[in-house]
Design a protein around this ligand. Structure first.
Ligand SMILES: NC(=O)C1=CN([C@@H]2O[C@H](COP(=O)(O)OP(=O)(O)OC[C@H]3O[C@@H](n4cnc5c(N)ncnc54)[C@H](O)[C@@H]3O)[C@@H](O)[C@H]2O)C=CC1
Ligand SMILES: CC(=O)N[C@@H]1[C@@H](OP(=O)(O)OP(=O)(O)OC[C@H]2O[C@@H](n3ccc(=O)[nH]c3=O)[C@H](O)[C@@H]2O)O[C@H](C(=O)O)[C@@H](O)[C@@H]1O
Length: 455
C-alpha cells in the first residue's frame, strides 16, 4: 500500500544520501509515475519492485483498470506481465487516473508521457498536461523527474517554471531533473534494470544529486551526472541523432551497390572490423516514434543551420520510395505493369520484435504501390494488419502466405521478422522479390536487395 508521505523532504538541500536511499528502498518515499505505456509501465513496475510504493497514473481508464486487475496492457515485454501481476497483487503498484491526487500523496514524480512531432514542431501537450497534474499536488521538498524524451531546454524552461506556476511554490522549494529513458521496446525490463548507465541532469546541483541517489537504487549500472538538465536532454537527443545520421550513411552507401556491382552490406560488415568504424545497416527507412523524431527535436529548437542532420533525415525519408521504385522496376523487367500487379508486403512493424507501426517505412511503401494501381497485401506476425489505420493493404495471415504465394507478382520484405526466413520462396513461382533488409540471403526469384543490389 502507499505509505504516508515521509516526514523528511526528498529535495532538502542537505539530506544524507545513504539515509535517503534507505528510505527510498524501504518504501518510505511514495513515487508517482505518469504515463503507463510501453516505457512507463515497465518503469513503474521496476520502481514498485524496488520501493514497494508506487502509484501509476494514466489518463486511459482501460490501462488503469487492467493494471488494477494485475494485468499488463503492454505486450511484447518479457517478464512484464508477471511483474505487473506480482506488484499489483501486493499493492506495491497501484494505478489511478487521478493525477493531481496521486501527486499530492507522492514525493517523487516521474513523467514518462508521449512527446511527439507535429508538422513543424515538437508536440509537448501531453507533457504539459502531466506537469499540470503534478503541479496541483506538488509539495515543498518533492522531486520531479522527466524521463520523456524532450527538445533540449524543455526541463529548465518549460517544465520547472510550469510546476512553480501551477503549484504556487517558489522554484527553489522543489527539485527538477531530466533522466532520459534509454530503453528499447522488447527488452524494457532488462534495459531499465541496468543494461546501460543511467544519465541524470538537474536544474540545480541538489536535484541532480538526489535524482542520482534514487536511480542508484534502481539500476545495477552506473549513474552518470550530466552536469545539468539541458546537457542530459542533449545526451538523449544526440544518441538518437547519431543513430539516424548513421543509418542515413548506410542507406546512401547502399545506392552504390548496383553501379559498382558490389555487396555494400558486406563491405560495411568488413569496414566495421575497424574499432573506429560503426556504419549501421541499410534498410527501407527509419521508423518508430523515437529515432525519426529526435533530430527534429533539435533542429526545430535551435536557430542554427544543421544541414547534416536535416540531410540525414531526408535520406532516410527517401528510402521507402527507393524500395517502391525497385518493385516497379523488377515488375517492369518481367513485363508486369504495376497497375496489374498483386504485391505482398512482408512486414508492417517498423522493426523486428515489436508490434509498433508508428512511422513504419511500410506505410509509405504500401500507399505508394496502392497509388500506382497495384493490389497490395500485407502479412506481419506481430501486427494485426487489419487494425492498422489508413493502410491500403489486404491482410494475409503469415500462415497463409505459402498457400497464396502463387497469386503474387512481387513480394517485398520490409521487416526482419524471423518468421519470414522460414518461408518457402519457391512457392512464389514467377514473382519478383525486393528484400529491403538483406535479411534473407539468396532467394530463388529475381531479386533486388537494399544494400546488395540486383541479383
Ligand atoms: N517506446 C520507446 O521505444 C521509447 C520511448 N521513449 C520515450 O518515452 C516516452 C513515452 O513513450 P511510450 O511509453 O512509448 O508512449 P506510449 O504511447 O506507449 O504510452 C504513453 C502512455 O501515456 C499516457 N498518457 C498520455 N498523456 C498522459 C497524461 N497527461 N498523464 C498520464 N498519462 C498520460 C497514455 O494514455 C499512454 O498510456 C516518450 O517521450 C518517448 O520518447 C524513450 C525510449 C524508448
Ligand atoms: C540504439 C538503440 O537501440 N536505440 C533504441 C531505439 O529504439 P527503436 O525501437 O527506435 O529501434 P532502433 O533499433 O533504433 O530502430 C529505429 C529504426 O531504424 C531502423 N534501423 C535501425 C538500425 C540500423 O542499423 N538500420 C536501420 O534501418 C530500424 O529498422 C527502425 O525502423 O530508440 C530508443 C529511443 O530513444 O526511444 C532507444 O531508447 C533504444 O535504446
Amino acid at each position: 500500500m502507499t505509505a504516508a508521505r515521509s516526514e523528511q523532504a526528498v529535495y532538502a538541500g542537505d539530506r544524507d544520501g545513504a539515509a535517503l536511499q534507505a528510505a527510498f528502498a524501504n518504501g518510505e518515499i511514495p513515487v508517482a509515475v505518469y504515463g503507463l505505456g510501453k516505457m512507463g509501465l515497465p518503469l513503474a513496475a521496476v520502481l514498485a519492485e524496488v520501493t514497494g510504493n508506487v502509484v501509476g497514473v494514466d489518463i486511459d481508464e482501460s490501462v488503469v483498470a487492467a493494471i488494477e486487475r494485475g494485468e499488463s496492457p503492454v505486450e511484447g515485454e518479457p517478464g512484464l506481465a508477471e511483474l505487473v501481476a506480482e506488484t499489483s497483487a501486493d499493492r506495491s503498484l497501484t494505478a489511478t487516473t487521478r493525477g493531481a491526487r496521486a501527486a499530492s500523496d507522492a514525493q517523487v514524480h516521474v513523467l514518462i508521457v508521449p512527446t511527439l512531432m507535429e508538422e513543424a514542431e515538437p508536440d509537448l501537450s501531453m507533457l504539459r498536461a502531466a506537469v499540470d497534474a503534478v503541479g496541483e499536488g506538488l509539495s515543498p521538498g518533492d522531486l520531479v523527474i522527466v524521463e520523456s524524451t524532450v527538445p533540449p531546454t524543455t526541463t529548465r524552461d518549460v517544465v520547472a517554471p510550469r510546476l512553480a506556476d501551477r503549484s504556487g511554490l517558489d522554484p527553489d522549494e522543489f527539485g527538477v531533473a531530466f533522466c532520459p529513458e534509454r530503453t528499447a521496446s522488447g527488452r524494457a525490463l532488462e534495459d531499465i534494470r541496468g543494461a546501460y548507465p543511467k544519465v541524470v541532469g538537474g536544474v540545480d546541483a541538489e536535484s541532480e544529486r538526489v535524482a542520482g541517489l534514487l536511480y542508484d537504487e534502481l539500476t545495477s549500472n552506473e549513474v552518470i551526472p550530466a552536469g545539468d538538465a539541458t546537457t542530459a536532454e542533449c545526451v538523449k537527443v544526440f544518441e538518437g541523432i547519431y543513430r539516424d545520421v548513421n543509418i542515413a550513411l548506410a542507406n546512401e552507401l547502399a545506392r552504390v551497390a548496383d553501379p559498382l556491382s558490389v555487396d555494400v552490406t558486406r563491405a560495411i560488415e568488413v569496414a566495421n572490423t575497424q574499432p573506429f568504424c560503426e556504419i549501421h545497416s541499410p534498410g527501407p527507412g527509419v521508423g518508430g516514434h523515437c529515432i525519426p523524431l529526435y533530430p527534429r527535436f533539435l533542429t526545430t529548437t535551435v536557430d542554427t543551420d544543421l544541414p547534416l542532420i536535416e540531410t540525414g533525415r531526408a535520406v532516410n525519408d527517401e528510402m521507402p520510395s527507393f524500395v517502391t521504385d525497385a518493385v516497379v522496376d523488377l515488375l517492369d523487367e518481367q513485363g508486369v505493369p504495376v497497375e496489374d500487379a498483386d504485391v505482398l508486403v512482408l512486414g508492417v512493424a517498423y522493426r523486428a520484435g515489436v508490434d509498433e507501426t508508428r512511422k513504419s517505412p511500410s506505410r509509405p511503401v504500401v500507399s505508394q504501390l496502392d497509388a500506382l494501381g497495384a493490389r497490395v497485401w500485407a502479412a506481419d506476425p506481430a501486427v494485426d494488419v487489419a487494425a492498422v489505420p489508413e493502410l491500403p493493404a489486404e491482410p494475409v495471415a503469415v500462415a497463409n502466405v505459402e498457400q497464396t504465394a502463387s497469386t503474387y507478382d512481387a513480394v517485398v520484405v520490409m521487416t526482419e521478422h524471423d518468421a519470414y526466413s522460414d518461408l518457402d520462396y519457391e512457392a512464389f513461382g514467377d514473382a519478383v522479390a525486393v528484400d529491403a533488409r538483406g535479411s534473407l540471403g539468396e532467394l530463388p526469384l529475381p531479386t533486388y536487395t537494399v544494400g546488395a543490389g540486383r541479383s
